[in-house]
Design a protein around this ligand. Structure first.
Ligand code: SAM
Length: 284
């Protein structure tokens, strides 16, 4: 499994070049695309197509080749094979038959994006491409909204704005996010802000919708942290002199939480404050 560059041809390792030059056959998603990479490095190995439409049918023949002692390499158009790319069936079948499957590591857009985004990386959830259909996409996002790990998404340029609209609607406008675009290429851009800010930026600047992009969304705060954050927000609004109902309404807009619960919490904070003021009142 040989990783290849995600845009910058220089991002290929010595071992990848050696393996691509040494194997009997290089399996590639798009042979014309990978031919350009091999030509660039003067590698003459034969290429054959392996993509999602022929992977199942090609399997028996490929397993026969492995059984005959031939070494095969698999590459995708860009990055690490199998990561939102074909090859899973081949790896599963090859391993099941006892063939050695080795990784020749290299670029992966998700990992590159995480390394420059400045969002927590101790835990992340790679969600790949969201469904193309709007309803399915929103349902999928709803299952991710409470995820506390950083969520990593791949997206096609033509759907970026639509996906940001959905993210704003489902995750709330205030969630922090990063758009890592054209990584390793001339127009590499890393934008960060709230989901609403990113959405506005893309809506007003069509250039930011071009090219390839990874979207990273900060995880939801854990329940305790979320609770503390909402309390802090309500406390600040009440301190600014907002009435309980107004503070709850503003907090609802910011957090997307139900008004009734926010109102009750705001009331409790307000009453607690009144009590403590009473308690602190100077003796007559
Ligand atoms: N296997 C690849 C990998 O390891 O990253 C991913 C292949 S997937 C079909 C293609 C998606 O990866 C693009 O739609 C985009 O979301 C992301 N991607 C690939 N190259 C990128 C780049 N240079 N900058 C940002 N995102 C990229």
């Amino acid at each position: 499994m040989v990783a290849t560059p995600i845009g910058n041809l220089a991002d290929i390792g010595q071992r990848a070049l050696a393996v691509l030059g040494a194997v009997e056959l290089v399996l590639a998603e798009d042979t014309r695309h990978s031919r350009r990479l091999l030509d660039h490095y003067a590698i003459r190995t034969r290429l054959a197509a392996l993509h999602e439409h022929n992977e199942r049918a090609a399997l028996p023949g490929l397993l026969e080749q492995l059984a005959a002692g031939h070494d095969l390499a698999l590459v995708s158009d860009a990055g690490t094979p199998l990561i939102s790319d074909p090859g899973f069936r081949l790896v599963r079948a090859a391993r099941a038959q006892g063939f050695q499957v080795s990784a020749v590591p290299g670029p992966c857009a998700a990992i590159c994006a995480l390394s420059v985004a400045g969002l927590p990386t101790d835990r992340f959830l790679f969600a790949g491409f969201l469904p193309a259909k709007a309803g399915q996409r929103r349902t999928e996002l709803a299952t991710l909204a409470a995820e506390t790990a950083t969520v990593v998404l791949y997206e096609a340029p033509r759907r970026l704005l639509e996906t940001l609209d959905d993210l704003v609607a489902v995750f709330g406008p205030a969630r922090r996010a990063v758009l890592a675009r054209e990584l390793t290429k001339l127009h590499e851009t890393v934008l960060d802000g709230t989901l609403a800010e990113l959405r506005e930026r893309l809506a007003s600047d069509p250039e930011q919708r071009l090219g390839e992009a990874v979207l990273l969304v900060a995880g939801a705060p854990g329940a305790a942290a979320a609770d503390a954050e909402v309390r802090r927000l309500l406390r600040a609004l009440l301190d600014e002199g907002l009435a309980v109902s107004r503070a709850a309404a503003v907090a609802q807009r910011v957090t997307g939480q139900p008004h009734r619960a926010l109102y009750r919490l705001a009331q409790a904070l307000h009453d607690g404050e009144a009590e403590s003021q009473d308690g602190a009142a100077p003796p007559a």
